[in-house]
Design a protein around this ligand. Sequence first.
Ligand SMILES: NC(=O)c1ccc[n+]([C@@H]2O[C@H](COP(=O)([O-])OP(=O)(O)OC[C@H]3O[C@@H](n4cnc5c(N)ncnc54)[C@H](OP(=O)(O)O)[C@@H]3O)[C@@H](O)[C@H]2O)c1
Length: 265
Amino acid sequence: MRKTALITGASKGIGRELAILFAKQGYDLVLIARSKELLVGLSKKLDKQYGVAVTVIEKDLTNLEAPEEIWEELKGREVDVLVNNAGFGDYKEFAHSEWEKQYFMIQLNITALMHMTRLFLPAMVERGEGKILNLASTAAFLPGPNMSVYYATKAAVLSFSQAVSREVRKSNVTVTALCPGPTSTNFENAAGLVNSKLFHSLKVTSARKVAVYGYKALMRGKTVAVEGLSNKLLVLGAKLAPRGLVLTMIDQIQSKLREGKPADK
Ligand SMILES: NC(=O)c1ccc[n+]([C@@H]2O[C@H](COP(=O)([O-])OP(=O)(O)OC[C@H]3O[C@@H](n4cnc5c(N)ncnc54)[C@H](OP(=O)(O)O)[C@@H]3O)[C@@H](O)[C@H]2O)c1
């Protein structure tokens, strides 16, 4: 019997690349996002190219009930790999940010990810087999002025993944936190980052490269997987340097491109 991988945020970017990789390896897929047309287009391509069965679920994961609805729709179908990838950021000083957007970000990046894990993990533990990949970020290791909520959500994803990974270590189930740095996807646009120094100061990686690295780390059962040498060095530096210095450095990187000032007020 073929294995099944469920991927949230599979319509674009890293999630889409992961879907292609899993299909190549012969996994049947459950693909979730809001853009149904993009998911259907991808499912047709993967079915034609790799002969895998793809279930498309159009869902807004900022809705509290969404994970439970997905669970119901799958009617106890075995999920071998859960990829909690859907997420977004917002480039804005917190005092001037739109609260609703921050709330939905927390809902998607943290609540939905934890709820999906809570729903699908028990059956994996019972079977003594299963893998979970959670999309964190190098942001998880840092405080992020002008993207404070986003950085904090990724810190939560990292902490949660490490803790649950330890809880299930005797069950042969693994939990991996994938931590990419700046990656060329729709993320930059969606977060309003085009005018920030972030994607200009740090090395930008392709979504394909991040997905390949994440897939391999997941298969090896790695708990924390930081993609790329420069990101590994950044994370190491953040661990060794005084927090105040790290904060000043990230403040610089997160400032506006032209004026070198904080994000729009
Ligand atoms: N790109 C980077 O620089 C970077 C770096 C580190 C970590 N990450 C993380 O990597 C993950 C993937 O991001 P990406 O870079 O691939 O960005 P992306 O190209 O913008 O893709 C985001 C995916 O999440 C889905 N999504 C967004 N809001 C959703 C919602 N409310 N409900 C369901 N799905 C939703 C999007 O689909 P729809 O719009 O169709 O719903 C899309 O498939 C995120 O968790 C992000 O935080 C990204």
